[in-house]
Design a protein around this ligand. Structure first.
Ligand code: GLC
Length: 531
């Protein structure tokens, strides 16, 4: 199976650079901090890391407001630090994916400054989406809201308005402009030439806008999934961009992969992004959004596998990332949330295709829900007038070691950019590494066992108890995964066979082998693990 491209089955560890490790004590994670923890990440048993944006940025949206796409922000290090990180990662057998943010730039990007200076009608303004307002210019050109709250339009001193689907500090680029397209070709090449193995494409579903910029039709909203016919989400024209990009990566004679962030309504819409001449993979948010119940999870799994198989693309499974509530908390929090998260990890890692692990989920970190207002930094908090607390609670710096903050995130005495809960002394990587029952130990064991089955075909099994929320499937002849999503104890499904040993269980089974609620079990003898 050596000819299966790595990205078809990779487990990719999402490094949220600001919050992984702070090497210089300024409170913010950085590339040397990441580099110092690559051995930990490799030892987990993943195949690659995805680094969230580390480019020069005023940090209006935690780095997703890029002011220079070809450098490293001094807060995060230097290009030399980046090169050293890639070299170390490759030595450890880890591939490196970087984030590319094509929908918008920072308002501090030289292009946007030139657009402001150039004035209405200038070529510099044509790289962005500037328009006259309505009602003599006083009202925005249309009624689109920003994803972060408020209007998606901001007025500049000469009277024109510019579009920003996110914060005003993130003006949207005009992808009908060839200069924009050529610039991103060149940015991709810049990082490919530095040795990256792929790109995560931010807001991949947002690049094309209805040229008429009409108001949102009734029933459409800016948030959530995108329905067909939306004036700025998931429009057909985005696909030409990705076909163009695919020609670039294909011209490199190595296995480079794209993963698209496309929040769309259905797996069928998602599958259009991963047709053979477009992106290699796309995040499968269907699974992330499914509630913790058997039928919903099964529906999400089936719909995803089916839609993606139709275009020959692998599925990717995701439970958490830097934009959503951490799944321990989403699944109910507390002890039950942890049980479900443990079971979900075994489900995630047994499904066919690739998987993403968001830093800290292997430690079972919950969402921090009680961050005080004054430390919140997500623009959503301010732009919704506090109605939404924003995403900071899933971005709290990782606890590595020790008994008190900063828990090894930064040098002793340093203050992390978001405060860590005092109780995280029980969740440090150091503490969990020596506890065979910890979440970290579960991930490590599961990731090792997974290597033996990742090329095996997926097949649902008839399980007694499907009605009470039991999911059961095979990967090849020798391996089965059973997840009791319900609350009550269930029997070991007969279809598993009585001879198959338990390889791994997310929590202890009953003495007679029955499976308690919110527990997943891997049975069988996986084929020899890949070297
Ligand atoms: C993506 C990122 C998110 C960011 C937004 C705007 O959804 O994941 O963090 O705020 O794009 O760039």
């Amino acid at each position: 199976m050596a000819d299966v491209p790595w990205w078809r089955r990779a487990v990719i560890y999402q490094v949220y650079v600001r919050s992984l490790a702070d090497s210089d004590g300024d409170g913010i994670g950085d590339l040397p901090g990441v580099r110092a923890h690559l051995a930990y990440i490799a030892d987990l048993g993943v195949d690659a890391v995805w680094l969230t944006p580390f480019y020069p940025s005023p940090q209006a949206d935690a780095g997703y407001d890029v002011s220079d796409h070809r450098d490293v922000d001094p807060t995060f290090g230097t290009l030399a630090d980046f090169d050293a990180l890639v070299a170390d990662a490759h030595r450890l057998g880890l591939r490196v994916i970087v984030d590319i943010v094509p929908n918008h730039t920072s308002s501090e990007h030289p292009w946007f400054r030139a657009a402001l200076a150039g004035g209405p009608g200038s070529a510099a303004r044509a790289r962005y989406i500037f328009r006259e307002g309505r009602d003599g210019g006083e009202r925005p050109p249309n009624d689109w809201p920003s994803v972060f709250g408020g209007s998606a339009w901001e007025r500049v001193p000469d009277g024109q308005w510019y579009l920003h689907l996110f914060a005003p500090e993130q003006p949207d680029l005009d992808w009908t402009n060839e200069e924009v397209r050529a610039e991103f070709d060149s940015i991709l090449r810049f990082w490919l030439d530095r040795g990256v193995d792929g790109f995560r494409i931010d807001v991949a579903h947002g690049l094309a806008k209805d040229p008429g910029l009409p108001d949102l039709p009734a029933g459409f909203s800016v948030a959530g999934a995108a329905a067909a016919g939306h004036p700025h989400w998931d429009r057909d024209d985005v696909h030409a961009v990705f076909r163009r990009w695919r020609r670039i990566t294909d011209s490199y004679r190595r296995d480079v992969a794209f993963v698209g962030e496309a929040w769309v309504e259905t797996p069928v819409q998602l599958a259009r992004y991963v047709r053979p001449d477009e992106l290699h993979t796309a995040f499968n948010f269907e699974f992330l959004l499914a509630p913790w119940d058997g039928p919903s999870l099964r529906r999400a799994i089936d719909a995803s596998i089916e839609a993606l198989a139709a275009v020959g693309a692998p599925a990717t499974w995701v439970l958490s990332n830097h934009d959503v509530v951490r799944h321990v908390t989403r699944y109910g929090g507390g002890e039950e949330g942890v049980r479900r998260a443990r079971a979900a990890a075994l489900l995630l890692l047994a499904l066919p295709g690739g998987a993403y692990v968001y830093q800290g989920e292997e430690l079972g970190l919950p969402q921090v829900t009680d961050l005080p207002d004054e430390v919140l930094q997500d623009p959503t908090f301010v732009r919704t007038g506090g109605a939404e607390r924003g995403r900071d609670g899933c971005r709290v710096p990782l606890p590595w070691s020790g008994d008190e903050p900063p828990f090894g995130f930064g040098p002793p005495g340093s203050t992390p950019w978001l405060p860590q809960p005092a109780g995280w002394d029980r969740l440090t990587a150091e503490r969990q590494a020596s506890d065979p029952d910890s979440m970290l130990s579960l991930y490590r064991r599961a990731l090792r066992l997974r290597r033996g089955v990742e090329d095996e075909p997926f097949e649902w099994m008839d399980a007694d108890g499907a009605d009470v929320g039991v999911l059961a499937f095979r990967r090849g002849p020798g391996f089965t995964c059973v997840v009791n999503v319900g609350d009550g104890m269930v029997d070991r499904p007969a279809a598993v066979g009585s001879a198959a040993p338990v390889l791994l269980a997310s929590d202890p089974l009953a003495d007679d082998g029955r499976i308690p609620g919110s527990t997943a079990v891997w049975y069988g003898v996986p084929p020899t693990a890949r070297a």
